[in-house]
Write a protein that binds this ligand. Sequence first.
Ligand code: SF4
Length: 267
Amino acid sequence: MGYKMMVQVSSLNQYSFCPRAVYLSKILKLKPEFSLERSRGLISHIIRRELSIRQSKLLGKIRDVNDLNSTLLGELDRILEDAPHIYRGLLGEVEYNRYIPELRSEILHEIEAMRDRLRFMIEEIGFEHALNIITPWRVEYTVRSKKLRLSGRIDKIMRNPSYIPVEIKTSSVPDGIWAGDRLQTCAYAMLLEDKFNLKEPIPFGFVEYTRVQEKRPVMTTEQLRRKVLETRDEIIDIFNGDIPEICPHGNGKKCQSCGYKGQCYDI
Ligand code: SF4
């Protein structure tokens, strides 16, 4: 089986949004068009994700709950300063500084929620337990399986003692969980089961919606596992020559917000 027949887990999410987007990005290698909104979204994603990943390190640094606010704010400013250097390749020509004042004030609200949640945990169970609960076993963990024909990078893995994958999402927050986020989280659980040859299935993972500072559980049911494999197979069909039609979901709003809309309808 060739490398090309491995499906990236993020493609399951993209397929759930629109199968044709997978065709345009993976087969035709098109890039989403530039827009101010998209640039802002990219920077917002980088900063919010970085803050989420650094959270446990921050808690490890403080010994007084009253230091939480200043420590979180200090880290936010460090991230804002570091990001253009760390993510130079990803940001490309994006005018980084243009978006920062507005984004910073947006994220300040999330920091307040993060601070309150951490403060509550510390006051209830103490520093050490709080630190244990929020510290991932691994971050940005790459995993692949020839058997599952899937590969991906898991944002965080918690241990309890089972493995719990956590997918960080920084954009809009649904009432429940986006279907694509469910697929992605379940696929990561399946990859971890395969990687560590687990005897017991991983029963759930989490999607962390950073804008509301909530981790929402995804149960890895048989039905969802089957859906992961079906979606993978449909993506492999695209690799093998299937071309999804324009607007296959029949939802014009998706096309309006899609980065490929200017190219997709002309192909
Ligand atoms: S423009 Fe519409 S049909 Fe084309 S990739 Fe985007 S969402 Fe899919």
